[in-house]
Unconditional design. Structure first.
Length: 89
């Protein structure tokens, strides 16, 4: 039997979304310096994914570099080669 966890979008989730977005834009008042030189424009769906990973203390596994600037700041990011997924399809 498959299980599905439903996560309620509440104020804490929205606050985390805003915190990650402002960090990516180098405008988060909680940070004085940033380990990246220019702002990172994240897509809205990527921001929701990042927020959920941060709130649930999950490792985010991805095939691209879109989340690299968040590694060890909000959560752990592991980047893997797309070829590693081929056995599952």
């Amino acid at each position: 039997m498959d299980l599905v966890n439903i996560i309620e979008v509440n104020q804490i989730y929205i606050n985390t979304y805003a915190e990650i977005d402002s960090y990516s834009q180098q405008k988060n008042p909680a940070f004085i310096t940033y380990p990246f030189k220019s702002s990172r424009n994240m897509g809205k769906n990527d921001l929701w994914i990042a927020s959920l990973a941060a709130l649930l203390s999950l490792k985010l596994v991805t095939t691209d570099a879109d989340f690299d600037h968040l590694h060890d700041v909000f959560f752990e990011v592991e980047r893997i080669a797309p070829e590693k997924f081929s056995p599952y399809f």
